[in-house]
Structure formats: structure tokens, C-alpha cells
Write a protein that binds this ligand. Structure first.
Ligand code: ATR
Length: 276
């Protein structure tokens, strides 16, 4: 039996085990996906130990995504983003290599909905860990990225690292959105209290609006975008596609996207607990 795992703290409510195990069943792979909560001091030992034990692959989540960067080799994208959410063990020595499938996951979520990114003008709200991965994903796909953030300085700092990007305050959203085709919320606003990072009257039918918040699935932003006639993409799509991309990285097989999606949406509708 193969073993895959998730390193984070806490990971008790993670949706990744059922989603990945749904994929193993569909592919006929004899494998389990388990969660681990190491202390940050033992993180590097945990990764190397996982390799020594023959664990096939690891995901990494909060709070370890940045810590891992200094501990293992990285692929180019994870290196540019400065965060790792997926580790593969490669070569005869089972050398751990870090990837960032959050970025590719965001791109694939948009592509799944036929959003053309090459040449698109995209407004990204948020400049934290998730915002950083999405900014690189959008720019790599050929979009012009405009980053708006509560703390403007964080947006301008991120924009300096992303080709062609500019950084702004949330107060500039009205003029930024007037010229955009794509809007992505990469902040946690919307998770609690039915709040939206964007005033409803700035939304219209020309926009495709993606939220990374998946609890609730229909955030206030998506509800108001829908009411304005915009296309909407909920937060479960990025969660799904980061897992799809990780599974394909580990197994070299095409992931059973529908089975994984069904599992994820079943879990999200079954429970009102907090998820990671
Ligand atoms: P993650 O790694 O999940 O992206 P993070 O690094 O804490 O989380 O980043 C959170 C993002 O949400 C940041 O862009 C943050 O803005 P600041 O840079 O100003 O902190 C944004 N954010 C969090 N709470 C917010 C709120 N109430 N209103 C607007 N933006 C908020």
C-alpha cells in the first residue's frame, strides 16, 4: 500500500484525505492519504523521514508553506513564489523536491470555466500567501495583473516580484475594475460575517469573479457578482485543482477530476465545521 500525507497544524478538518482517496479508488491505486501535525522544529526531520519511510508524496499547508522553502530543493515556480504546498520524492535517493500547485490550481480552475487568461486584465485582491501564488499563476498565463490590498505596501511589494504587475490600495478598486475582465478574491474576507471585499455596485456582467473562500461556498462576493450577471467560480475549484495537480505530479497519471470534485463537494455540503 502506498502512503501520501499532509503536513500542517492543525489538519484535523482537512478535506484532502477524502478527496485524494476518492481519486485512488477511481484509479485503482492501493493507497491511503493521512494527516500529520509536526512541530516546526521537527519539520525538516519529518520530511526526510517521510522519504526514508517510502511515503510517496506530501502536501504542506498552514503554517508550514514558507518554512519548507529553506529545507528542500524547489522547482522554479515554487522558488519564485517562495512557498511549497506539494513535495515529491525523486530519484534513487528519494530527494524531496518542493512544488507549488496552489498557483497551477488557480489557473486550472479558471481554465476549467473557459476563462481566457492570455491578454486578460485581472484584478487580484489580496497579497498574502494565496495571493502571491495566484499573482504568479495569472502572470505566467499571460494576464496583466493588478493587485489591490488593504495594506497597499504589501501589494506594491508583491507587484515588484511579478512580471508586469502593479500594486494598489482597495480604494482604487473602482477604476481598476472598470478595465478588467477577471477578478479574484485571495483574502479571507467572506469567510465570516457575510462580508465582501468589493462594493456590489462595482460588479457587472463583463467580469468573471473567482473567490478562494470555500466556506461558505457562495460568499457575499459571489452572490453579488451573480446578481450583477457576472460568471462566478467558487473556492472549491482552486482547492480541487491544487489537489488534482499534486496527484498528477506524484503519480504521473491523469487525475479523475470528476470523482475528486464529487468527494470535495459532498464533504463541503455534509458538514458545517471549519476546513483547511
Ligand atoms: P493567506 O496566506 O491565506 O493568503 P495571509 O497571508 O494572512 O493569508 O493574507 C491574508 C490577505 O487577506 C492579505 O492580503 C490581507 O491584507 P493585509 O496585507 O492588509 O493584511 C487580507 N485581509 C485579511 N483580512 C482582511 C480584511 N478584513 N479586509 C481586507 N483584507 C484583508
Amino acid at each position: 500500500m502506498d502512503v501520501y500525507g499532509l503536513l500542517g497544524n492543525p489538519v484535523g478538518h482537512s478535506l484532502s484525505p477524502p478527496m485524494h482517496e476518492a481519486a485512488y479508488r477511481e484509479l485503482g491505486i492501493d493507497a491511503r492519504y493521512v494527516t500529520f501535525e509536526p512541530e516546526v522544529e521537527s519539520l525538516e526531520a519529518a520530511i526526510r523521514g517521510a522519504g526514508a519511510l517510502g511515503i510517496k508524496g506530501l502536501n504542506v499547508t498552514i503554517p508550514f508553506k514558507q518554512d519548507v522553502v529553506t529545507m528542500i530543493e524547489l522547482d522554479d515556480l515554487a522558488d519564485r513564489i517562495g512557498a511549497v504546498n506539494t513535495i515529491g520524492f525523486e530519484g534513487e535517493n528519494r530527494t524531496p523536491v518542493g512544488y507549488n500547485t496552489d498557483a497551477v490550481g488557480a489557473r486550472r480552475a479558471l481554465e476549467h470555466h473557459d476563462v481566457a487568461l492570455d491578454g486578460a486584465r485581472a484584478v487580484l485582491i489580496g497579497a498574502g500567501g494565496a495571493g502571491r501564488a495566484i499573482a504568479f499563476a495569472l502572470a505566467d498565463a499571460g494576464a496583466t495583473v493588478t493587485i489591490a490590498n488593504r495594506t497597499e505596501e504589501h501589494a506594491t511589494e508583491l507587484a515588484q516580484a511579478v512580471p508586469g504587475a502593479t500594486g494598489h490600495s482597495l480604494g482604487e478598486l473602482e477604476s481598476l475594475l472598470a478595465n478588467a475582465e477577471v477578478l479574484v478574491n485571495a483574502t479571507s474576507v467572506g469567510m465570516e460575517g457575510d462580508r465582501s471585499p468589493v462594493a456590489a455596485d462595482l460588479l457587472d456582467r463583463r467580469l468573471t469573479v473567482m473567490d478562494i473562500v470555500y466556506q461558505p461556498l457562495e460568499t457575499r462576493l459571489l452572490r453579488e457578482a451573480n446578481e450583477a450577471g457576472a460568471e462566478t467560480i467558487d473556492g472549491a475549484w482552486m482547492l480541487l485543482y491544487q489537489g488534482v495537480e499534486a496527484l498528477e505530479q506524484w503519480t504521473g497519471q491523469e487525475a479523475p477530476v470528476d470523482a475528486m470534485n464529487e468527494s470535495l463537494r459532498g464533504e463541503l455540503s455534509d458538514s458545517s465545521g471549519a476546513f483547511k
